[in-house]
Write a protein that binds this ligand. Structure first.
Ligand SMILES: Nc1ncnc2c1ncn2[C@@H]1O[C@H](COP(=O)(O)OP(=O)(O)O)[C@@H](O)[C@H]1O
Ligand SMILES: [Mg+2]
Length: 375
């Protein structure tokens, strides 16, 4: 009987929870489900990403509430799709990151695995990041090992670009002697979603249409791009602690006091276009600095549905003849790549195989990632 693993991903966008039931070798998706957060839970998880009052009690409550929601989602996934519970070897649950501080060797994800195992009666592998950090790594990104296993091509250089709340790339050279690189390039949807919600009331910029109506503001773009994170050499990872609307508001104040400031530029859609270009500029730089001259880029994550960003990427990467498509072309929907990666990481744990790539995270060696909560 083929083993099925369930991957559960709740990324920095906080748009909801993704569930994927998958088996590997060959990759097959048996079932998928996405559920949105209730606004209260979303607001609390979002608030917990920043220092505030009474964090420990609030964190404890959110940990339990999220775990229950995840567990019921898993039971729904199993029931709706008639999955055989006996066939499911383990759940790989990433949890919601509320703090990620690699410089302090610390990262924290919520969603108590004990509750998830208790409700689903399935073993849960969780806490994927901290072993890598204990070994000196950033604990992120963890998806490149999965991208390598599934998407590396023997003749063609490939880049897998995940546009979640944060953008991260996996650089997969065709020549296996060359090192795989992977790192966060900077913000993707976190800033664009926040800005869009503030000005249009919509949770995100559907298709990137709103940004496409604007024109990026060069001096503002340069100012945003001056954030220390962009100049750092990989390995590097980031999150809401570094990029959030308060940071953006501070930058806007500085820009408005700048001699280059033009009041006519200062429209909400121009700022949205600037945020989109900030994402694109950082990705372009990552690809050009990789030394890979041409190849194929495949985009996943919800941002793969942002046509404006994809167009901008095609334009920016044209000189080096990179093709830019979504992972759909490779047979895996952009929506389910991350969830599938955590199903795969659960399998790696169960099979006692490593899940990190030291050149990517900066850890001193490969490590088996995660802890198990047994049935
Ligand atoms: N149709 C769409 N058009 C533009 N952006 C989209 C679309 N669908 C999803 N997104 C973006 O993708 C985000 C969710 O992406 P996801 O990969 O789930 O990120 P995360 O891993 O951070 O949860 C949404 O917040 C939104 O910004
Ligand atoms: Mg998501």
């Amino acid at each position: 009987m083929t083993s099925i693993y369930i991957g559960v991903m709740t990324g920095t966008s906080m748009d909801g929870i993704d569930f994927v039931a998958a088996s590997f070798e060959p990759l097959k998706l048996h079932a998928t489900l996405s559920i949105a957060f209730e606004p209260d839970l979303k607001d609390e998880l979002m608030a917990l990403t920043r220092p505030d009052d009474n964090e420990i009690d609030r964190m404890g409550k959110a940990d339990v509430a999220l775990a229950k929601k995840i567990a019921h989602g898993i039971n729904q996934l199993i029931a709706d799709n008639g999955l055989d519970r006996q066939q499911i070897r383990a759940i790989g649950c990433h949890g919601q990151t509320i703090r990620h501080r690699p410089e302090d060797g610390f990262t924290l994800q919520l969603g108590d695995p004990n509750i998830i195992t208790e409700i689903t009666q399935i073993a849960v592998v969780s806490d994927f990041r901290r072993r890598d950090m204990a070994a000196g790594g950033q604990g992120a990104p963890l998806v490149p090992a999965f991208h390598q296993a599934i998407f590396q091509h023997p003749q063609i250089d490939r880049v897998i670009l995940n546009l979640g709340g944060i953008a991260n790339v996996s650089l997969l050279p065709a020549n296996k002697k060359h090192k795989i690189l992977g790192f966060d390039t900077g913000p993707a949807n976190i800033l664009m979603d926040g800005w869009c919600r503030r000005y249009t009331g919509q949770p995100f910029d559907e298709n990137g249409d709103w940004a496409a109506h604007g024109t990026a503001i060069r001096p503002l773009l340069d100012r945003l791009y001056a954030h220390d994170f962009f100049a750092k050499e990989p390995p590097k990872s980031t999150g809401r602690e570094d990029f959030n609307l308060d940071w953006l508001d501070d930058q806007l104040i500085d820009w408005r006091n700048d001699p280059e400031y033009e009041v006519l530029d200062d429209t909400a859609e121009n700022i949205q276009a600037t945020l989109a270009k900030l994402t694109v500029r950082a990705i372009q730089k990552a690809v050009y600095r990789s030394g890979m001259k041409d190849g194929e880029m495949y985009v996943c994550g919800g941002g793969a549905y942002n046509s404006y960003i994809l167009e901008q990427l095609r334009w920016r990467l044209r000189k080096h003849e990179w093709s830019v498509q979504t992972t759909d072309v490779l047979g895996l929907s952009p929506t389910w790549v991350e969830g599938t990666a955590f199903a795969w990481l659960a399998m790696q744990f169960v099979e006692q195989r490593s899940g990190n790539i030291p050149a990517v995270t900066g850890a001193v060696g490969t490590r088996i990632l995660g802890c198990i909560t047994a049935v």
